[in-house]
Design a protein around this ligand. Structure first.
Ligand SMILES: O=P(O)(O)OC[C@H]1O[C@](O)(CO)[C@@H](O)[C@@H]1O
Length: 443
């Protein structure tokens, strides 16, 4: 199998010579505790062998639902936030044309509380036949619930209740939560987010697969990539196991004082993979006053904004570059008669070659500047390799969180803002908190 490759040489050179080798027993133990289900948060390990559990029947059912939506909608709005949003968007943005809109158009909502966003979205949809995929594990997330309320009533108004039923799909908990109750009451087609799969690990459940199928992409290939990576991560020895090596090197760097990891790409289509990765690692590791801060950049774009900081700022960072080996198209650097920009020496070269030299030059400059560099190379931006990449990051995250000594599968800190927001908005049941927060603000 051809696969994504990890190169940690330019990061390991910042550590003692045998540091990565010496960590093997610890990494193996961290990985085994995932596999044996003995790690903290072990009731949330449903994602670990998810790829190999996906049957052709499950995929066929998702594809049939996607087909119904595709046939009946000019736009499909995917309502969700965090893990109920980013995985689908990451894959779709990787695979779609940078400029052409998909047919039907895939729109995202429920990931903010912006009045203008919702106003513009509902106005845009007024003249269009649209459907909704309402994704929320809890069914009570404010951002998503708000968008769904607005969109559902608009959809029913535009199509009539009966027709609307055919184009509203819920992806939610098996039993509890508003989304489940509404779906069951209204008879919407629905999918279950398993109890033991947390949002940020759910891209290979219908949370990700349904929107990706609606966008017209090949979910079989995506799952096949993840399945192959599942096999590799389970069987490969330490030195050839990308998930174990990535978990090892980032923890060693963290222990050496590098507490910020910057995920970088050289393809705009990977922007939302950055966003997905940020949630995966941020929510998994940032707790108990510990954790690498996950930051992201799009290059070469951000070399013209963040490049200075990365090159010469505080030396507490390391960089992980996701590099795509093969471009889909060919564009050659053009000739210019006047050559005022002095770039005719590049004439006839593939733009991708120039991009790759920018990448190599940047890697060497950053390493010279004291920034350890990890490189993940992806053969091509296809469903198969994206499936590999996402699953690789998930397993590495589980191992890494165990090495760090946290529970990688909870996110208790996320509740704090919600508690304050509800207190400020006088949510019933929050009377004491409302009183306390008002007193605090009036001091
Ligand atoms: O699917 P839900 O329950 O709406 O939650 C969405 C997101 O909110 C969080 O619970 C907190 O941000 C994430 O972990 C999750 O991915």
């Amino acid at each position: 199998m051809n696969e994504i490759k990890l190169d940690i040489m330019k990061a390991a050179q910042f550590l003692n010579t045998d540091a990565v080798t010496a960590l093997e027993p610890e990494v193996k133990k961290a990985h085994e505790s995932l596999e044996n289900g003995t790690c903290p948060g072990n009731d949330f390990l449903g994602w670990l062998h998810l790829p190999s559990s996906i049957t052709p029947e499950i995929l066929a059912d998702i594809k049939a639902t996607a087909q119904t939506l595709r046939e009946n909608c000019e736009a499909i709005v995917v309502a969700g936030i965090g893990g109920s949003y980013l995985g689908a968007r990451a894959v779709i943005e990787c695979l779609k044309n940078n400029f052409e809109e998909l047919t039907p158009r895939i729109l995202f909502a429920g990931n903010n509380i912006s009045e203008d966003y919702l106003s513009e979205l509902t106005a845009y949809l007024k003249t269009r036949k649209f459907g909704i995929i309402n994704i929320s594990k809890s069914g009570t997330t404010t951002e998503t619930a708000l968008a769904f309320r607005l969109l559902r009533s608009q959809c029913e108004e535009q199509r009539g209740k009966e027709e609307a039923r055919k184009v509203i799909v819920a992806v939610t908990d098996a039993k509890k939560g508003a989304a489940r109750v509404t779906a069951d009451k209204e008879g919407y087609k629905s999918y279950v987010i398993p109890d033991n799969v947390g949002g940020r690990f759910s891209v290979l459940t219908p949370v990700g697969l349904l929107p990706i199928a609606c966008a017209g992409f090949d979910i079989e290939e995506l799952v096949r990539g993840a399945q192959d990576m599942e096999k590799l991560c389970q069987t490969a020895p330490y030195t050839e196991n990308p998930a174990e090596q990535y978990a090892a090197i980032r923890n060693l760097l963290y222990r050496a004082g590098k507490n910020i990891e910057i995920l970088a790409n050289y393809q705009p289509k990977l922007h939302y993979v950055n966003e997905w990765w940020k949630q995966l690692y941020g929510e998994s590791e940032g707790k108990d006053n510990k954790g690498i801060f996950p930051a992201t950049v799009d290059l070469t774009t951000d070399l013209h904004s963040m490049g200075q900081w990365i090159q010469e700022g505080e030396r507490n960072i390391f960089e992980t570059v996701v590099s795509v080996e093969k471009s889909k198209y060919t564009v050659l650097f053009p000739h210019d008669e006047e050559n005022l920009d002095g770039l005719n020496f590049l004439e006839g070269k593939r733009v991708d070659e120039v991009n790759k030299m920018a990448e190599l030059g940047t890697q060497l400059a950053h390493v010279d500047g004291g920034v350890p560099n990890i490189r993940i190379s992806v053969p091509e931006l296809t469903e198969y390799y994206i499936g590999q990449l996402l699953y690789f990051f998930e397993v590495a995250c589980g191992i890494s969180g165990n090495l760090l000594g946290v529970n990688p599968f909870n996110q208790p800190g996320v509740e704090s803002y919600k508690k304050n927001m509800f207190a400020l908005l006088n949510k019933p049941g929050y009377e004491a908190e409302s009183k306390a927060i008002r007193e605090r603000l009036n001091k």
